[in-house]
Design a protein around this ligand. Structure first.
Ligand code: PFF
Length: 449
């Protein structure tokens, strides 16, 4: 098959790229803190159910549509039916996804910029450059702008290099390092006094919370954000997968790897917090809840690393490297959505598209940095709580109702001639048609009211 529009060179390349997109700040930061503030094991339990029963089927809708259409989200959804109205709605959903993912990148890059500045601060600490390190960890507009822009340059650099030479190459280098650093950190933190208390907080379920709508809402949002759903990222990665691959199987592997990093991150963050508490660091906020927002990553954990002495220098560096890697492999998948559209639709070079779109998104980030209190939380909520689930609903509708069923089944059979005797074949088509839209809509309605 022609590689003119880019194709991953191997299954491993796809797995690293798609897992790289999925595994991000949402797993390492969002999941553990959500779990800690929502009944520990009860959240974990609900999350696991929703991830398999809702997020995996929704991920498959994007991957299957993408590989079938061999196009960006706008053209892919537009082309699923001959009907003019649904074609227009499809293109509209594709566009809405593109705007949503651009806004997600605009706030994600700011937080990722913090991760970079803390990583450099750890290097400065090791080199005993104390005043530089102090500047790097102190929040300030100049620092935020510099590191946000630096993060954009890295993202643009990878995306401009192309699907194989950029996205696949870097994801394949960075993701194994991410797993390695994460495991090493967990093992180290587990040896510290106070870690078991965090482990208990994380794993012992408070089952009285399982039916709590707040908890279900949080777990659902977390699952959607974590698998990068609704915004066309997975659709475009699906479009770069070879027709020889068995999609339901490799989609399942991406889901499993994403979930496993979230669950593992819980084994790091919560024990680290209780170790911090034992060392006299405040881990509860004024309302008595566990500190979960930015303060957790940029003040509680750094304070802990500080008290660990020389070991803390290395642990701090490893931790912020982990966060920076997780951010970068996600941000490249975000920028790829509008870039692939502009390249395919307007025949602009990848280089130009990446540069211009990256810089336009960077301008939005600058506006957010300059009006942080006003805009940051609002953009996060608008995109992740409102827009992503709604778009996920439309993706399910397009896969289940608008797309011709024979064509959908033919796509599932690609790369897996025995598909018809499998469970996926029997369950998924009606599941995406009825069950997914109903669950998403129910949670979405709950979110509004
Ligand atoms: N899945 C990423 C995370 O968990 O941090 C976030 C993300 C990546 C959202 C890509 C949306 C996206 F298109």
């Amino acid at each position: 098959m022609s590689t003119a529009r880019g194709e991953f060179s191997s299954r491993f390349g796809f797995l690293m790229a798609a897992t790289g997109s999925a595994v991000g700040l949402g797993n390492i930061w969002g999941f553990p803190t959500n779990a800690a503030s929502n009944g520990g094991g009860a959240f974990l339990f609900t999350y696991l159910i929703l991830a398999f029963l809702l997020a995996y089927p929704a991920l498959m809708a994007e991957l299957i549509i993408g590989r079938h259409a061999q196009a960006n989200a706008v053209n892919a959804l537009r082309g699923l039916s001959d009907n003019k109205v649904t074609a227009r709605v499809g293109a509209g959903v594709g566009f809405a996804g593109m705007i949503t993912v651009t806004l997600i990148l605009s706030f994600y890059a700011i937080v990722s910029g913090w991760m970079l500045s803390f990583m450099f601060a750890a290097v400065a600490d090791i080199a005993r450059l104390d005043s530089l390190s102090d500047w790097l960890i102190q929040s300030g507009t100049a620092r935020d702008l510099i590191f946000t822009l630096m993060f954009y340059l890295l993202t643009i650099y990878v995306v401009v290099a192309g699907v194989r030479n950029g996205i696949e190459k870097w994801a394949s280098r960075l993701m194994p390092s991410l797993y390695f650093i994460l495991l090493a950190l967990i093992i180290y933190v587990m040896t510290l006094d106070g870690a078991m208390e965090g482990l208990r907080m994380y794993l012992v379920p408070d089952f009285s919370r399982v039916a709590d709508p707040e908890l279900i809402l949080g777990a659902m949002g977390q699952a959607f954000f974590s698998l990068s759903l609704g915004v066309g990222t997975m659709l475009i990665y699906g479009s770069y997968v070879s027709k020889k691959e068995n999609l339901p199987m490799i989609g399942g592997m991406v889901t499993l790897m994403d979930i496993s990093v979230a669950v593992l991150a819980g084994l790091l963050i919560l024990p680290a917090m209780t170790v911090a508490a034992l060392n006299g660091i405040e881990i509860y906020d004024a309302e008595g809840g566990l500190i979960a927002g930015p303060a957790l990553i940029i003040s509680v954990l750094p304070a802990l690393f500080d008290r660990m002495g020389d070991a803390g220098l290395i642990v701090g560096l490893a931790f912020f490297m982990l966060m920076s890697i997780a951010s970068l492999t996600s941000s490249i998948s975000m920028l790829e959505v509008p870039v692939s559209y502009i390249v395919e639709e307007h025949k602009v070079s990848r280089r130009k598209a990446g540069l211009v779109l990256g810089l336009v998104t960077a301008v939005i980030s600058v506006i957010i940095v300059l009006n942080f209190g006003l805009l940051f939380d609002w953009v996060v909520r608008l995109t992740t709580e409102f827009s992503q689930p709604l778009l996920g609903f439309f993706f399910a509708i397009f896969a289940g109702w608008i797309w011709n069923r024979n064509s959908l089944l033919a796509e599932i059979r690609q790369g897996n001639p025995e598909a018809q005797s499998g469970l996926f074949w029997r369950i998924w088509p009606w599941y995406i048609k009825f069950v997914c839209p109903v669950i998403i809509l129910a949670v979405y309605v709950q979110m509004i009211f």
